[in-house]
Design a protein around this ligand. Structure first.
Ligand code: ATP
Ligand code: MG
Length: 650
């Protein structure tokens, strides 16, 4: 992988932090030096941002790698840290959640309200026989009760496992089995694309299939007709009638907090286990540092679903531990129209927005005039997560959403890392479009070659984490061997993230996508991200996915699936011409070696439910194979469309 293309390091655009933000930033440049001097002392200081019932004896126990223990001997309650302590500090009337339902109904949940709800839900779970260490599945729409359910579990020491509310019976049942859960918390349904979408029937079937679940707690959200079994209890008849008094008990720093299954972009999802003290230390600190949250004045909005790690760390635990006021939105970005996100930003005066490249590229496809129609002047920090952000998508985000003012923090991390690991700091870093820049203070990351040697600036290779970090996964649920094999076996002493990366001439990091996706064309390693970014830099392109397909002459050949921008004519001859222009454009930008053998114009790409492009399915198509595991695919009809397009496009 060391022999990558030169293109990304030639990016010359630079964006220094706005002066006022830099002057008042929560975290300044000295944090890097402080953490470098004594990394463990630095993390201990961040842990002190939390309230501990019992102090720790040891910051890190790394005597049995890769099994880490952080803040050994310490005890704390996470729900207390996210809710009660703010109320005790006199902030009970502060809004925790401005909730916006898809149909336009709203709720305002203060920290006092949250304390009451979480205590009631905790009491109800206890009455249902849930005790510390039991597993509880959460299968919910984006409503405040989803966060309440998670916090109630944390409060009583039950381990939650949230399953995205769009997953099938199969996906839910296998996760219930894998986690051997005892209770499911769900809702009748939620609103998606303008209509109620049922959740309860999926739960009913999954529960019937596994035979493990003792109770199902059901929130009434849509009011749709539901089947009822003797395991079911309504939330409003139990939780909302329960005592609002609950004394939180402290749990060990290493008590299991949650199991979350990865997105399944590359294969079968893994049940990632996170624990308590280290996880909250790092989610809380990174949320404070990377978003520069000022809890008294900011309105924060993370558009992720609670079913993904981003929802866990940056809707629930990070922001609430910091006493943030945040927006939570139930529905889709195009209901009732394509301006919905910007209307929400405008309405609540959102000042910090955290979203994903897939959404930014979708907005690019829909057209610049849509965000232009709203007042977005409240925005002061913009975040991105989930995939590499193409430089032109980054520029679009900056221009059309940030209005050339708000800094962008491109945050690299994974379900496994629990928190943001590589990112600019908005008051410190001079950013480059498309680069996640440098590891955060206290984080060790590097790019190494296949001999595990650090590559020099200008080189590319495998992204690894070189030091244990507080919110690191503690394992794969029930499968220590898979944990060791997947992350710790390829390179001795390093955590192998599975992503490729490059260091530019200044040492800034550029994420290049999954190492499994790297293409080998006539002996050259070419990353999918670089070719995709070259395609997206053409003014007619909104989004692109590139794969390497077996080719008799070049070993692998580049096949690109490309979505034109909304205003572009891509029919008939105009389409043929565009394809030709795009092939030439890539050859010109990256060199003739990167010229795609084939470009297909498509209207959609296969994505996981979390919005990530699933290249392995496109590779199956490009190589005429039957499709691999499609259970985490967002829309299964997309693949039929693409396959039939491919057959006619020779
Ligand atoms: P699976 O592991 O099951 O294949 P997944 O890796 O998609 O699923 P997540 O943990 O949700 O599941 O995603 C983490 C991955 O997302 C990272 O390894 C990386 O490939 C990608 N990613 C996240 N943020 C960024 C970013 N800012 N830049 C580049 N890539 C990113
Ligand atoms: Mg992964």
């Amino acid at each position: 992988m060391s022999e990558t293309l030169e293109n990304l390091s030639s990016e010359t655009r630079r964006f220094p932090p706005p002066a006022d933000l830099a002057a008042n930033a929560n975290v300044k440049a000295d944090a890097y030096a402080e953490a470098a001097t004594d990394r463990l002392a630095f993390w201990a200081k961040q842990a002190e941002r939390l309230t501990w019932a019992k102090p720790w004896d040891q910051i890190l126990d790394w005597s049995n790698p890769p099994f880490a223990k952080w803040f050994v001997g310490g005890e704390l309650n996470l729900a207390y840290n996210c809710v009660d302590r703010h109320v005790e500090a006199g902030l009970g009337d502060r809004v925790a959640i401005h909730w916006e339902g898809e149909p336009g109904d709203t709720r305002t949940v203060t920290y006092s309200d949250l304390q009451k709800l979480v205590s009631q839900a905790a009491n109800t779970l206890l009455e249902l026989g849930v005790t510390a260490g039991d597993r509880v599945m959460i299968y919910m729409p984006m409503i405040p009760e989803a966060a309440v359910a998670m916090l109630a579990c944390a409060r009583i020491g039950a381990t939650h496992s949230v399953v995205f509310g769009g997953f099938s019976v199969d996906a839910l049942a296998t996760r219930i089995e894998d986690a051997s859960a005892k209770v499911v918390i769900t809702a009748d349904g939620g609103y998606r694309r303008g209509k109620p979408s049922a959740l309860k029937p999926t739960v009913d079937e999954a529960v019937a299939r596994t035979g493990r679940i003792e109770h199902v707690l059901v929130v009434r959200r849509t009011g749709q007709e539901v089947a009822w079994t003797d395991k079911d209890q309504w939330w409003h008849e139990t939780v909302e009638q329960a005592s609002p008094e609950h004394q939180p008990q402290a749990f060990d720093s290493e008590h299991p907090l949650f199991i979350l299954y990865t997105s399944g972009t590359t294969g079968k999802p893994k049940g990632i286990l996170h624990t308590t003290g280290g996880y909250l230390t790092q989610t809380s600190y990174t949320h404070h540092a990377v978003f520069d949250l000022k809890p008294e004045t900011d309105v924060y909005w993370c558009t992720a679903d609670i079913g993904w790690v981003t929802g866990h760390s940056y809707i629930v635990y990070g922001p609430l531990s910091n006493g943030a006021t945040q927006v939570m939105y139930e529905g889709t970005p195009d209901t009732p129209d394509r301006g919905r996100f910007w209307q929400i930003v405008d309405k609540y005066k959102v000042s910090i927005l955290y979203t994903a490249p897939t959404l930014i590229r979708t907005m690019m496809k829909w057209g610049d005039d849509i965000p232009a129609g709203y007042d977005l002047s409240s925005l002061r920090v913009l975040g991105s997560v989930g995939e590499p952000i193409n430089p032109e998508a980054w520029m679009w985000y900056r221009q059309h959403v940030g209005r050339e003012r708000a800094p962008i923090v491109d945050t690299w991390w994974q379900t496994e890392t629990g928190s943001i690991m590589i990112s600019p700091l908005p008051g410190v870093t001079e950013t480059k479009p498309g680069s996640a820049m440098t590891p955060l203070p206290g984080i060790g990351a590097d790019v190494i070659d296949d001999q595990a040697q650090s590559v020099p600036n200008g080189g590319g290779g495998f992204l690894v984490l070189t030091e244990p970090w507080p919110s690191m996964l503690r394992g794969i649920w029930g499968d220590d061997q898979r944990f060791i094999d997947t992350y710790w076996s390829r390179f001795e002493g390093f955590y192998f993230a599975g992503d490729g990366a490059k260091k530019d001439s200044d040492g800034a990091l550029w994420l290049l996508g999954r190492v499994d996706d790297v293409m080998l064309v006539s002996g050259h390693n070419i990353s999918t991200t670089e070719v995709e970014s070259a395609l997206v830099s053409h003014p007619s392109v909104a989004e692109a996915a590139v794969v390497g397909a077996t080719d008799p002459t070049t070993g692998q050949a580049i096949v690109a699936f490309t979505i034109p921008r909304g205003n572009v004519d891509a029919e008939g001859d105009a389409g043929e011409q565009l394809i030709k222009d795009l092939r030439d454009h890539v050859a010109k930008t990256l060199g003739p070696i990167a010229k795609p053998r084939q470009i297909l114009l498509v209207t959609e790409l296969p994505k996981t439910r979390s919005g990530k492009i699933m290249r392995r399915l496109l590779r199956d198509v490009a190589e005429n194979r039957s499709l691999g595991d499609v259970t985490t695919l967002q829309d299964s009809t997309v693949m039929d469309l693409i396959s039939s397009g491919l057959k006619t496009a020779k």
